[in-house]
Design a protein around this ligand. Sequence first.
Ligand code: NAI
Ligand code: MG
Length: 338
Amino acid sequence: MATPLTLIRGDGIGPEIADATMTVLAAAETDFDIDEQIGGVTALEKVGTPLPEETVDSFRRTNLALKGPLTTPVGKGFRSINVQLRREFDLYANLRPARTIMPGGRFEDVDIVLVRENTEGLYIGHETLIAVAGDPKAVAQSVAVVTRHACERAIRFAFDYAATHGRRKVTVCHKANILKAVSGLFLEVGQKIAEEYEGRVEMDDVIIDACAMKMVIDPSQFDVVVTTNMFGDILSDLMAGLVGGLGMAPGANIGESAALFEAVHGSAPDIAGQGIANPTALILAACMMLDYLEDQNTADRIRVALSQTVNDDGIRTRDLKGNASTEEFAKAVCNRLS
Ligand code: NAI
Ligand code: MG
């Protein structure tokens, strides 16, 4: 029976990379019953709201979504639909692996998995501007909220992932020296959960700034990394940079009963509409979706086809110093699948 799937093609390069991804999924003979919905700026322009009820209803019905990036206005306008979806559906763990597909970069064999707490921290949107002496923006304030509950489930997810995927170590990344409450709690919970996994998974911890430095000097020091929402956002872009850039980095937002798969990157307005975006990140996100659906075989076939396309056939998009269009790249992956 076909698996019901909510597809949100997204804004900017979203439709281009989503079409490429769907072509590859079709070539791999997957069987999805697709309910296409809209969100973000595309939805705002079309139906007057960035998160239509129909989109939420569809995801509530399918519990499975594949999503292109959604644009969020900077410094003004509506709040991130990505953040809203993660919170609304309680997609508490954001799993972001960074693996070398194309050797010959700065490092060989990067293989780090980041787990980002996905529902709270500075992302709760408790922000205020305070007017003083006629200046409406004299003071700006953002409140970070961290709960023991959310720390526990994100960190436990990371340890479970490590234990079930043959991983050696979980690194808890924090800023507990300065943010003694919010980051201190995260570290404390990490140390407690580590005790449950003693003898199976090692644990260490690192302060976020030092973590960034260590990761670019020698990524092999890291295995599974777990951190709070904002640090995870920044660190996952850094990790993408270790494996060829944002075009290579997928992500899975996982909750108790629903999951949403997307790229780490955004809508790339600077190259949108040109047909040159790298669809690899979203194709790899689709592979993570197949892993989640326990269709490991198809997921691995697509990953192999991707690697053959960039390495053996030398077909690459512009971000990887090639000249293939998004569509040509997707066709090449399909050829490898046939
Ligand atoms: P971005 O990730 O869209 O782009 C950063 C740089 O990477 C740009 O130079 C872009 O051209 C390049 N890039 C990204 N993906 C690429 C791909 N697949 N192939 C080739 N090059 C690629 O970040 P930016 O510009 O800061 O954000 C743009 C918009 O995306 C913002 O509105 C932001 O809020 C939104 N965004 C949405 C996300 C989501 O839907 N989950 C995640 C991150 C940002
Ligand atoms: Mg980000």
